[in-house]
Design a protein around this ligand. Structure first.
Ligand code: DGJ
Length: 523
């Protein structure tokens, strides 16, 4: 499968791996200090930093991009790429980052009206003045980014808005919204839905009579409010994205506050945001967004993967702009890479430190994982989509995992013990990190491993008659041409740090965080 490598630097694919700073860190460089420190500890190659509409356009029509330039200059010094997050009309289903002059003028900049007639602290997507004001500011930002950064390309992408949607009700019940609700569903939506017969939207449409045309209510019944909001909000964001791209052709995306199961829209998640159930509507409405990304904080590994699958579509490459900085995600992130994620960030890099600025004990686990990924990026870029990128994740009670490598059978054992098969109860021992990482098969006999807490034993598959006795231990079946430790440099070339042989390979090949093991297997 060919992967649509949305993120590029000077025409070359880039795999962003790193972190997002906390919501208020982007206001000035002083607030960024701890964040830079965390990003460095992680071995991150990129940072996600919010830009606030209220800060960039404090007075209508008068822009200040000083902080944008400062952040770019600082990132360059630290050899980091940036994804800016445009906190404007929406931030988590609310309007907190709109400028004071927008907040103050409720007549011009209309709010969402709830069913009971109350005004909510959310800008209405049905109000043209809201869209025009946001669009004007976004265009100015994109134009500035082009002037400042087109040559160096420190900024690789911009997220348009943040977790858009309506928190508080399923839709806007204001005058303009009401008119839309009672109008015919725009042309093209039904066609798009019919192409996704597995989707919830399609099933809803069928249950409501599979009409070719009609009002939202007629076509979708109970879900009409949510679907109309999805269309309205997605179209609003797409218009902003289109205008931004006109200024500067950067990849643009938006992110989703996930719907974790069936829940009342607007109560448990922002209604009309790009949740899994309305992706057919969102994709139809957003041709100018390069992707829609899940903020995947799900800790359960199988549900984490299931959610990623919802967003990994032929028309939507998977990218995870937010995930937990905590321990569980230090394992889950390897699943995301196996699922062809274009990159991943953990949220709140500052959370790795306590009040006094000391490193929190859990920080080592996420840093080990991210550093391991960073060491093998050229192979991730080359081998995702081929079926040769294998996640190794020790889930609860797991002791081992088998992987079929074609000519070779692979046995992964979760352990930190270089010699012997010990620590079988490793996952239950306090203080131990669970095994996790990646194995990338780069040739019939070539394997690259990163991660921690596991070893790989390889055996050549043979006809039973050709078996020769090498002793009873599984470990002794493998013969190696060579086993090396090293890492991949940014230009993709291999840097050898040392060779292993004898005791360091006889019992399987153990991984260590931050370096790559390269195995050339023999017969
Ligand atoms: C998701 C949002 O997108 C982030 O800005 C942040 O608020 C986190 N949730 C919560 O920590």
């Amino acid at each position: 499968m060919t992967i649509n490598r949305v993120f590029q630097v000077n025409g070359k694919p880039f795999f962003p791996i790193g972190g997002q700073v906390k919501n208020s860190s982007g206001y000035n460089l002083v607030s960024m200090e701890l964040a830079w420190k965390g990003l460095e500890m992680m071995g991150a190659n990129f940072a996600e930093i919010p830009l606030y509409w209220e800060q960039l356009e404090p007075v209508e029509g008068s822009f200040s991009f000083q902080i944008v330039d400062e952040l770019i200059d600082e990132a360059r010094k630290r050899k980091l790429k940036l994804v800016f997050l445009w906190f404007a009309t929406w931030k988590n289903g609310k309007m907190d980052y709109a400028p004071a002059w927008v907040k103050a003028d409720k007549k011009r900049f209309k709010r969402v009206i709830a069913l009971d007639g109350q005004e909510l602290p959310i800008l209405s997507s049905h109000c043209r003045a809201n869209l025009e004001a946001d669009k004007k500011a976004f265009k100015a930002l994109m134009n500035h980014l082009k002037q400042k950064d087109e040559h160096e390309q420190t900024v690789i992408s911009v997220q348009v808005e943040n977790e858009p949607g309506i928190l508080g009700c399923d839709r806007d019940y204001g005058k303009e919204a009401e008119e839309s609700f009672l109008s015919a569903v725009p042309a093209g939506i039904v066609e798009a839905i019919k192409r996704e017969q597995e989707s919830e939207v399609y099933q809803n449409w069928v249950e409501n009579g599979a009409r070719e045309a009609g009002t939202w209510n007629e076509l979708f019944g109970w879900s009409a409010g949510e679907y109309m909001s999805a269309w309205s909000i997605a179209s609003y964001i797409d218009e902003i994205a289109e205008a931004g791209k006109h200024e500067y052709q950067l990849p643009l995306f938006t992110n989703a506050w996930l719907r974790r199961s069936w829940n009342t829209p607007g109560a448990m998640y922002p209604s009309g945001g790009p949740t899994d159930n309305v992706l057919p509507i969102w994709k139809r409405a957003t041709p100018h967004l390069d992707l829609i990304a899940p903020d995947n904080y799900i800790t359960n590994p199988s549900r984490f993967r299931q959610m990623n699958e919802m967003y990994r579509r032929a028309d939507n490459p998977l990218f995870i702009p937010e995930s937990h900085v905590y321990e569980g995600n230090s394992r889950n992130l390897f699943y995301a890479i196996e699922q062809d994620a274009l990159g991943l960030a953990v949220f709140g890099v500052e959370r790795m430190f306590d009040e006094e600025g000391n490193v929190q004990p859990f920080a080592k686990t996420i840093c080990d994982s991210l550093r391991s990924v960073a060491a093998i990026i050229p192979l991730i870029l080359a081998y995702q989509g081929t079926g040769n990128v294998h996640a190794v994740v020790q889930e609860e009670e797991d002791l081992e995992k088998y992987i079929d490598f074609g000519d070779y059978a692979g046995l992964v054992k979760y352990t930190n013990d270089e010699r012997g098969m010990g620590e079988r109860l490793y996952s239950h021992m306090p203080g131990h990190q669970r095994g996790r990482g990646l194995i990338i098969q780069t040739g019939q006999q070539q394997f690259h491993l990163v991660g921690t807490g596991f070893k790989l034993l390889l055996s050549k598959k043979r006809h039973p008659k050709q078996m020769h006795s090498m002793g009873s231990q599984e470990s002794r079946f493998a013969g190696y041409v060579s086993v090396e430790d090293g890492y991949f440099k940014d230009d993709g070339t291999w840097e050898n740090l040392r060779y292993r042989n004898g005791d360091e390979t006889d019992y399987g090949v153990l991984v260590r965080p931050g370096t790559v093991v390269r195995i050339h297997a023999g017969d």
